[in-house]
Design a binder for this molecule. Structure first.
Ligand code: ADE
Length: 249
């Protein structure tokens, strides 16, 4: 949160610091960065290499393909990043092996002072340095990216938009997907009748042009429930379990 302690601060440890801010320098996030609502410090892990070749990785013990990022190099980068900020921050390593990132964790991160993100390349990071720093391992989905940088951008995008004063008045959070445990209802705008390329007239659902706010709200809720049931039976079951425990919507 942007408090007296200063802006929400993201430190990103990466072999490609020039990838940042990238898309986070644009639009809402870019404006918030310029306004000092959040700060971004991309740090080059390679600056912590100690040998002649500036190597940051080595072959895996036990054999196998690929290379592993060295614990001493990553430790030095983490140490410097942790000392550059006031107070403790969660340290998150982006990896497909991590726990899936969810909106509830994103909200918690936005409520905190910031985050230190560790981006891996190659096969990953030596496990000992992750254990020593009690690093939280986080995945953004069940697919493999070529490095943690784009995953870090996803985490920062999702988190920074929740900081106070980043979204405009018009951008309501209350109805968006996951805020109530449901996916969001579908949206429509003018023209009320739109003809597609096959010549079909596609109309906006009548209820949305009825001017009846109660019926609109009811329809949107039905749609949100239907879409969640069909697309995300896992979320739907979670909601049903919460309802049974009396913690429902
Ligand atoms: N690095 C590579 N793939 C990733 C994923 N799916 N999530 C987070 N970090 C990653």
């Amino acid at each position: 949160m942007a408090t007296d302690a200063g802006p929400w601060q993201a430190s990103v440890l990466t072999l490609f610091p020039e990838m940042f801010p990238g898309p986070l320098g644009m639009s809402l996030h870019g404006r918030a960065l310029e306004r000092g609502i959040w700060g971004l410090d991309a740090r080059d892990i390679r600056a912590h290499a100690t040998d002649r070749h500036r190597s940051v990785d080595d072959e895996p013990f036990g054999g196998g393909p690929g290379m592993v990022m060295r614990p001493d190099v990553v430790d030095s980068a983490l140490h410097e990043a942790a000392n550059a900020v006031d107070g403790p921050r969660p340290i998150i390593y982006l990896t497909p092996r991590g726990r899936p990132l969810e909106q509830a964790r994103v909200r918690d991160l936005a409520d905190g002072p910031g985050v230190i993100l560790l981006c891996g390349r190659y096969e990953g990071v030596d496990q000992r340095v992750l254990d020593a720093w009690d690093v939280e391992e986080t995945s953004i989905g069940d697919y493999v990216l070529s490095g943690g940088e784009t995953a870090a951008m996803v985490l920062l995008d999702a988190t920074v938009r929740l900081l106070p004063d980043v979204l405009g008045q018009a951008d309501s959070l209350s109805d968006e997907s996951f805020e109530r445990g449901l996916l969001e209802y579908p949206h429509y705008t003018r023209p009320a009748c739109w003809t597609d390329r096959q010549g079909n007239d596609r109309l906006v659902p009548d209820v949305l042009t009825s001017g009846h706010h109660g019926r609109v709200a009811e329809w949107r809720n039905e749609q949100a429930e239907k879409i969640t049931r069909e697309r995300r039976p896992d979320l739907w079951r979670q909601l049903a379990e919460q309802d049974e425990k009396g913690q429902g919507r």
